[in-house]
Design a protein around this ligand. Structure first.
Ligand SMILES: [Zn+2]
Length: 88
């Protein structure tokens, strides 16, 4: 019973990760994809999506953040051991 529920959770997470990889953008929930907000008579751009009509999925936002942290902490260039610099 525990294994079945664990598999179900893992399958759901894998499906969401695949969705975030294939379609990172989803329709804005605030304006329902119109890009506008109805402020009395004047139509203005949606504040949440700034008129783009789309939002970045939460999973994709987390992935981008993790990638940025990894890239900032990782070495930017690979040094060859034969071409070691004098101070190494
Ligand atoms: Zn919007």
């Amino acid at each position: 019973m525990l294994a079945a529920s664990t598999l179900l959770i893992l399958a759901t997470l894998a499906g969401y990760a695949l969705l975030c990889a294939l379609r990172p953008f989803a329709v804005c929930r605030k304006c329902s994809g119109t890009g506008l907000r109805n402020h009395r008579k004047a139509m203005k751009l949606c504040r949440r999506c700034r008129g783009t009509r789309y939002r970045l999925r939460t999973g994709r936002r987390l992935t981008n953040h993790a990638r940025r942290i990894h890239a900032d902490g990782a070495r930017t260039h690979h040094t060859n051991s034969k071409e070691a610099l004098p101070w190494q």
